[in-house]
Design a protein around this ligand. Structure first.
Ligand SMILES: C[S@@+](CC[C@H](N)C(=O)[O-])C[C@H]1O[C@@H](n2cnc3c(N)ncnc32)[C@H](O)[C@@H]1O
Length: 217
């Protein structure tokens, strides 16, 4: 999420004041111009795409019958996952984002829905979360993280992609707010960590990423 010189600045700056409302404001004001959505790349997340090529990605995506995409935005990740998984549900709190995704992928088999992760009741074999938790203020983080296992069937997997930080690293005033291992500790109690990758994506200066695959016993 670029903040400087981006017309989305005014919404991002209100993230603490309006933690769940600023997303809809931003999508609505963008008026179907995806260049004004800082995280919209018109393609699936590269960290998801590269994982899907690994043996683990092939095994997980190849065996899942159902998948859930959390905070799906304009739908590129959900569409990518639907190449492998027969039934994909993708949800976002922004009704404009959901309407926009449905327009972009008019013939999709993905089921798009407006829903709040704090309220949705569903469970799937594979859950994908990228960059939603890091866009929520720290005081909502443990509650948001704790919802993720609830979306998983027994034996199901969660792939979580986020910016990473050290536990004590201070956070900026505006999102993205990178996740620490301590932030993720509620998951350790209920899920098995299959792989925890901590790497720098890109250069100059690059972004520290966590890409973690969890399994629900
Ligand atoms: C930073 S964007 C990332 C979008 C997408 N996951 C991606 O990687 O491009 C965060 C998304 O989560 C959605 N979101 C934020 N809070 C949410 C909530 N409580 N429930 C569902 N979606 C939420 C926002 O509307 C936004 O589309």
């Amino acid at each position: 999420m670029q903040v400087e010189n981006n017309p989305a600045d005014k919404h991002i700056a209100r993230a603490k004041e309006k933690p769940l409302g600023w997303f809809e404001d931003l999508y609505r004001d963008a008026a179907r111009n995806a260049d004004l959505i800082p995280w919209a790349d018109d393609e699936a997340n590269p960290n998801l795409r590269s994982w899907a090529k690994t043996a683990s990605g092939q095994e997980v995506l190849g065996s899942a019958k159902t998948a859930l995409v959390v905070g799906c935005g304009l739908g590129d990740d959900a569409e990518f996952i639907s190449r492998f998984v027969p039934e994909v549900t993708a949800f976002d709190i922004s009704e404009t984002a959901i309407a926009w995704a449905k327009e972009r992928f008019a013939n999709t088999k993905v089921k798009y829905m407006t829903a709040n992760l704090f309220e949705l009741a569903t469970s799937c074999d594979f859950v994908f979360e990228s960059y939603t938790i890091q866009a929520l203020p720290l005081d909502m983080r443990s509650r948001a993280v704790a919802r993720l296992p609830e979306f998983m069937n027994p034996g199901g997997r969660l792939l979580l992609v986020a910016r990473g930080r050290e536990n004590e690293q201070p956070l900026a005033d505006h999102p993205p707010w990178p996740l620490s291992r301590a932030d993720l500790s509620p998951l350790d109690a209920v899920l098995q960590t299959e792989t925890f990758e901590d790497y720098v994506e890109g250069t100059d200066p690059g972004i520290r990423r966590f890409r973690i695959l969890y399994k629900k016993p």
